[in-house]
Ligand binder design. Structure first.
Ligand code: PMV
Length: 329
């Protein structure tokens, strides 16, 4: 049975993508700047067999051993299959069995959709024996989720507003001391997915237009901070980005609230650590976990504080990296 495997890491946005341009699929309204989380992985295996005569080929997807509805994956599978048909791939009419596993909690705001859809696109490209450039793969992964366009690259990435694909701005070794700690506050699935929440924000939040127009100023600031390896400057821009994004979500109708009381405790803890001279710069996404950007030097102090806090269930640590890989077999 033909088989392919891919793995990819979540893309953590330092400057956030929140809101889509109307019309095109997952074309972002804001420019995002992100890093790949090297220690966290999604591993996806695709197997296939010829579809029965006279029946269109289908697909089944499981995540962490649980069978999924096909709807969220249909667009990426269709896009890769269409490409395979155009290229005359010998497997284009195969039924697919797709098994994906995460080394971290799924759907709890650690951007599992970014690594998930990047690994899905990569594994399908390998299965159908397609030779795609990273940028082509990024555009295909984007049809699953916007953040997946960034996960196709490791290191420091950027995804421009209105663009169909992301690109790398620096390799991971540009800033080897940089670290991310993930404070897991709750492993339950999130109450509302990012796709629906973004759309609700765009259509109902009186602050949405302000969020989008203001967001661009933070991009240049973050890119300059990365160029100069300036954690304080990067942390300041990063913090403003997630708080302003959250402001636009909170003003939606009904409001989009991903924060839980434990998240707020960790935000205050980071504030306290910073007032003691420790680089603990937090950010949040579409879930209750708090991700803390820091340097290798400050990891032990932050880890101790998080482990002592009753708000934190578990701490994950990662370097920047997350080069994806895919292969046949
Ligand atoms: O592309 P999605 O549906 O995974 O949405 C990503 C949204 C945020 O994680 C909140 C921000 C981002 O840029 O990753």
């Amino acid at each position: 049975m033909p088989r392919a495997r891919a793995s990819a890491s979540p893309s953590l946005a330092l400057i956030k993508y929140w809101g889509k341009q109307q019309g095109d699929m997952n074309v972002p309204a804001t420019t995002s700047v992100a890093v790949g989380l090297h220690a966290l992985r999604t591993i996806t295996v695709v197997e296939g067999e010829p579809a029965a005569e006279g029946r269109p080929p289908g697909a089944r997807v499981s995540i962490d051993g649980m069978e999924q509805s096909i709807a969220p994956f249909a667009a990426v599978i269709a896009a890769l299959r269409e490409r395979a048909q155009r290229n005359g791939s010998r497997y284009s009419e195969y039924d697919l069995t797709i098994d994906s596993n995460n080394t971290f909690p799924t759907a709890a705001g650690i951007a599992s959709s970014s690594s998930g859809f990047a690994a899905l696109a990569g594994s399908l490209a390998a299965f159908f024996e397609l030779e795609l450039s990273d940028r082509e793969l990024s555009a295909l992964a984007r049809t699953g989720s916007g953040s997946a366009a960034r996960s196709v690259f490791g290191g420091f990435t950027r995804f421009d507003s209105g663009s169909h694909e992301a690109y790398r701005i620096y390799p991971a070794d540009h800033w080897p001391e940089l670290r991310v700690l993930v404070a897991i506050t709750d492993t339950a699935r999130k109450p509302i997915g990012s796709r629906a929440a973004m759309e609700r924000t765009r259509t109902t939040s009186p602050y949405y237009d302000a969020w989008v127009s203001d967001s661009f100023s933070l991009v240049d600031e973050a890119v300059a901070a990365i160029a100069g390896r300036d954690i304080e400057r990067l942390g300041t821009a990063m913090r403003a980005s997630y708080l302003r994004m959250t402001g636009s979500m909170l003003a939606s109708d009904p409001p989009v609230i991903y924060w839980i009381s434990q998240s707020i405790s960790v935000i205050h803890l980071c504030d306290e650590l910073r007032s003691n001279g420790i680089h603990a710069w937090e950010t949040m996404d579409a879930g209750p976990q708090v991700k803390i950007l820091t340097t290798a030097h400050d990891v032990p102090a932050i880890r101790t504080a998080l482990e002592e806090s009753s708000a934190v269930v578990h701490v994950l640590e990662s370097e920047i990296g997350g080069e994806p890989s895919w292969r046949i077999g």
